[in-house]
Design a protein around this ligand. Sequence first.
Ligand code: ATR
Length: 282
Amino acid sequence: MRDSRETFLPRAFVAGYPIKHSRSPMIHGHWLETYGLPGSYDKIAVAPEDFADFMLRLKDADSPYRGGNITIPHKEAASKLADRIDPVAEELGAANTLWREDGLLHATNTDGIGFVANLNSQHPGWDKVERAVVLGAGGASRAILQALRDRGIPEVHVVNRTVERAQELVDRFGAPLQAHGMDALNSLLEGAGLFVNTSSLGMDGTAAPVLPFDRMREDAVVTDIVYVPLKTPFIQQAEQIGLPTVDGLGMLLHQAVPGFERWFGQKPEVTAALRQLVLDDI
Ligand code: ATR
């Protein structure tokens, strides 16, 4: 049963440390306003030493919150401290979305859903490919590798500067993943249907190598989860040879959809207006 404070005004939050630069309040605030829903979405700074206590208070029947988003550096801890974790977040070892249901605190991870929904919305059919090449093996690559595997892509190649990190992810997610060092990148792109940059190459104006995207399939999609700048070096290179591209901003917007629907009871749309609102803030 929900307590009276909760039913009075649905509230959700994003918790992280630091939290100042989170764009989640802007996204959820826009949806609350667009749909004319009562409720609020708060930004909460929680230091690492306070996080376990924060989770305990969320489990309390008196908590004013229906749930919330969890961001850096608490995603791993959230997955361990929730009462229930779904298989997606459990395998990732990281949760970004929490909600209370039947007196229990539940956790999931919506990054993979966001990645897939963004590609679906811009290039339906993007997943009818034999080979995907994913550059990077950091925290940001995990949900994407999991999603590509679950989508049934026959070959998912993980290319990373430190090949051991790529191998760890292959061990975690299993077939159809394969690990490689950077020297394999050019030949792997030959005939590939999807390239995803999850590394920090090109972020904030840093340099990125020129890749032979012209050797990919003619209808191959090039996507980058970096969205500052929006037109990363990889997106620019692909555009120059006329390949379809998908920038990283859409993933940020789409990963927010399931949480909003759960807390506020309305499935929100990712619109051009929302995209522009966030773009103006970048
Ligand atoms: P995140 O959690 O955001 O993914 P991360 O764990 O620091 O961040 O990972 C950054 C990714 O960018 C890694 O795959 C990293 O490669 P290493 O695992 O070898 O560190 C990759 N990366 C960063 N700088 C790079 C560079 N100059 N050349 C190639 N890869 C780089």
